[in-house]
Design a protein around this ligand. Sequence first.
Ligand SMILES: *[C@@H]1O[C@H](CO)[C@@H](O)[C@H](O)[C@H]1NC(C)=O
Ligand SMILES: *[C@@H]1O[C@H](CO)[C@@H](O)[C@H](O)[C@H]1NC(C)=O
Ligand SMILES: *[C@@H]1O[C@H](CO)[C@@H](O)[C@H](O)[C@H]1NC(C)=O
Length: 339
Amino acid sequence: MSNTPLILSFILLLSFALLFLFSPHYKHSEISLPDEIDDLALFRRATLKHVDIRAVSRLGTTNPRLKIAFLFLTNTDLHFAPLWERFFTGHADFFNIYIHADPSSKIASPRGVFHGRFITAKKTQRASPSLISAARRLLATAILDDQLNFYFAVVSQHCIPIHSFNFVYDSLFSSPTQFPVQRSFIEILSGEPQLWDRYIARGESVMLPEVSFDRFRVGSQFFMLTRKHAQLVIRDRRLWRKFKLPCLNKDSCYPEEHYFPTLLSMEDPDGCTNYTLTRVNWTGSVDGHPHTYYPPEISPELIHELRVSNNTYSHVFARKFSPDCLKPLMDIADVIFRD
Ligand SMILES: *[C@@H]1O[C@H](CO)[C@@H](O)[C@H](O)[C@H]1NC(C)=O
Ligand SMILES: *[C@@H]1O[C@H](CO)[C@@H](O)[C@H](O)[C@H]1NC(C)=O
Ligand SMILES: *[C@@H]1O[C@H](CO)[C@@H](O)[C@H](O)[C@H]1NC(C)=O
């Protein structure tokens, strides 16, 4: 047997290592060198995995059986696993689940549909680019795992479904004739009050020349990307070099809320709806956290209210819910999954 592939991979890894050691940016990165090398190898494999999605759809024009990849980004147990389980039941051919769980938090191995869905994960931390890395790891793993993964939805342990699986799937794939013009559902905002402080969080002109202030965007990290955009995100090196730099001002540091909207609005603005399907309540937010719902607030009326959107599509997920909302939510599961 030949050792050539092994030697080639070794040389590849070594050159990445040298590249980063001698790069002026490396010593300022908040992502450790070994993590960065692992990620680059993974992203490279996923980038090389080219699938002509039109060819896939031609396999069955009326029913291409494309899937939604659900990417759970968490550092605790999945509080709402039983509710999600109900959501997924009966649709096994139409989704995949991937979980990135911070390895420093001891998470019990989940059962049922979540069993064995953990991907290789690294430590994540608020106000650091580690959340961007985690989302990119999820995207890359899901791209590699199944060529039928077409939409990639990032959700957290605080997210819940507020529509049935069929409703979500049909909203996304209902018009096969338009295929493959589907857009990514990602919030992309400009002109928000704190944008300048967020822009200079790493230093006054650090983001230049790659990202000038007028191209800097903000949006929620809970998005649903098309396969094309997921590929675009894991291919990126240019913007990542800037967004992985540490913030000098931690109070304005939310890299994951800027990296994805900025990158996608620069690369393919018309391919994005500019809004998210995940409802969040920013009224009375504290310390960068949105309103968290507690059991007394849970009711069928709340679910109906959260679905309402100003855009073409109704909201299909919502956040944030405290863990003890599981029981009252299960009690109204029939309402949640009735559309
Ligand atoms: C999203 O916003 C960008 C830039 O503001 C715009 O070019 C694009 O057409 C918008 N997308 C849609 C679907 O309206
Ligand atoms: C949003 O949160 C506020 C409290 O911060 C609450 O009064 C309001 O009812 C919430 N809105 C919805 C639609 O749940
Ligand atoms: C819809 O738009 C109105 C007016 O801009 C705003 O007050 C409201 O909060 C929006 N609703 C949602 C669900 O985003």
